[in-house]
Design a protein around this ligand. Structure first.
Ligand SMILES: [Zn+2]
Length: 461
């Protein structure tokens, strides 16, 4: 009842009345469109895609020129497959050509945002206002699948803004988070093995219906609870996002909290891209608002069940359109439909951020994923980061617990040298903590800067 009142009276009044946003009507539309057939949803996408591409051709000089160079007929779109003729847009292109990608239409309303530099340089971009309402609506829906509609009591273990805030700003944030959306914000930046108890106390006091968290700090918290046998409040569901969630992490989190985990996938550029429903057969794509492709390095669609890089086309953001934008993450597209009956296609799994590739002095490329694969078997390592400090020098920083011994170090060294060879120097260094990115994420592999543009080759397992 309280949840209902929050959602339908307070939040709706704020969004629709005070802010004059269309979030609630769009949300209602999405709640209905998700049950339409796959075919219906695709024809909706094609219709909208035609409008978008025409718009870009008229108002965005960079797209117009580029497509003309590629000899593309912008008006010849009759199916989703026709989009594959269009060239891929990279983050560097968006950044370097921002002025000509921005719409030249007069009087267009927008909000301005930026992505952090967790995978290289930051990007500033614009979102048209109406498109922004649509994505907030899509986030309401996707979180709703996990029982976290707006207004439900939630604790967020999340990267909290590090910049010093003015009093006014602090009050505003408090209003939004605590009073309007009933969220208790726990700073994931401060999370560590040693202070986990304080976080548990706060969860036990606030008693959230849903716990929303970054994958890594939540895993650290779950591990500490497990090892110390602390009793913790059981939320109805747990939503994990923003960082790659590994299967072993998911298993531990579900066991320790006794609640189902819902994985979500989103980004600053597009908000919620995909999320799990309660059938847990993959992540449903927000297809009414965007087209998500999984492609190989040449931009051709990969078969369902195979891994590829993700391209996103935002169907509504005209202020600064993203067309076939390589977001830098990899995923596996699913073959079948979800048994829940929603027509929204599934991503079988998010493989994760396209990790840095280390170019070795002998000319080989070492996929960043090598390190997590190797280290997950060594239980005394709590956290790690591999940094290529020089073209021929790799520093592996480790946060370890008391079960760490010299054998672990020797074994780790042996296995790494086995793979990288003798041409790189390897330094294994124990540290107290590893710094997070400005967005609060852990960047596990950092290549020597000149080499960052190299693509990650496919790796097994
Ligand atoms: Zn489903």
């Amino acid at each position: 009842m309280i949840d209902w009142a929050y959602q339908n009276v307070i939040i709706r009044g704020f969004e629709s009345g005070l802010k004059r946003r269309k979030t609630f009507p769009y949300w209602r539309e999405l709640e209905s469109s998700q049950w339409r057939s796959r075919r219906d949803i695709e024809s909706l996408q094609v219709r909208r895609l035609r409008v978008l591409l025409n718009y870009c051709n008229t108002y965005c000089r960079w797209y117009r020129d580029r497509w003309a160079q590629h000899g593309i007929d912008v008006h010849g779109i009759s199916s989703l497959a026709d989009l594959r003729a269009f060239p891929i847009t990279t983050r560097a292109m968006m950044r370097d050509n921002a002025a000509d990608i921005r719409s030249s239409q007069n009087g267009i309303g927008f909000v301005s945002k930026a992505t952090g530099g967790s995978s290289g340089a930051p990007l500033r971009f614009l979102i048209e206002r109406d498109a922004n309402d649509r994505r907030v609506a899509a986030a309401f829906r996707g979180y709703g699948w996990a029982g976290a509609s707006p207004g439900t009591r939630q604790s967020h273990l999340w990267g909290v803004n590090l910049n010093p805030m003015s009093m006014r700003r602090r009050m505003k944030e408090h209003f939004y988070a605590r009073l309007l959306y009933r969220r208790d914000l726990l700073n994931s930046f401060q999370m560590s093995d040693s202070n986990a108890g304080g976080y548990v106390e706060r969860l036990n006091r606030f008693r959230p219906k849903v716990l929303v968290a970054y994958a890594n700090p939540l895993f650290v918290l779950a591990r500490a609870i497990d090892e110390r046998g602390i009793s913790v409040h059981r939320p109805e569901s747990i939503i994990v996002g923003s960082e790659k969630l590994y299967e072993h992490q998911r298993a531990l989190i579900e066991r320790v909290f006794g609640s189902p985990v819902y994985e979500t996938y989103g980004s600053r550029e597009f908000t919620l891209i995909a999320a799990e429903c309660d059938h847990h057969q993959g992540l449903h794509v927000t297809s009414e608002n965007m087209i998500v492709e999984v492609v190989d390095d040449q931009g051709n669609a990969v078969a369902p069940g195979e891994e590829g890089q993700i391209l996103v086309t935002d169907l509504y953001n005209t202020a600064m359109p993203f067309v076939r934008y390589a977001i830098g993450d990899r995923a596996v597209a699913a073959a079948g439909d979800c048994s829940c009956g929603r027509g929204l296609p599934l991503l079988e799994k998010i493989v994760g951020r396209q990790m840095d590739v280390l170019r070795l002095p002998d000319g080989r490329n070492l996929p960043g994923a090598f390190f997590p694969h190797l280290i997950k078997d060594i239980s005394s390592v709590r956290q790690f980061q591999a940094v290529q400090t020089q073209p021929d020098r790799i520093q592996l920083k480790l946060v370890v617990d008391e079960s760490w011994n010299a054998d672990d170090g020797a074994e780790l060294r042996r296995r790494i040298i086995n793979t990288i060879g003798e041409s790189s120097q390897l330094e294994i260094r124990r540290v107290d903590r590893i710094d997070l990115t400005a967005a609060g994420k852990l960047r596990v592999v950092v290549a020597y800067p000149d080499h960052r543009t190299v693509r990650q080759p496919r790796i097994a397992g």
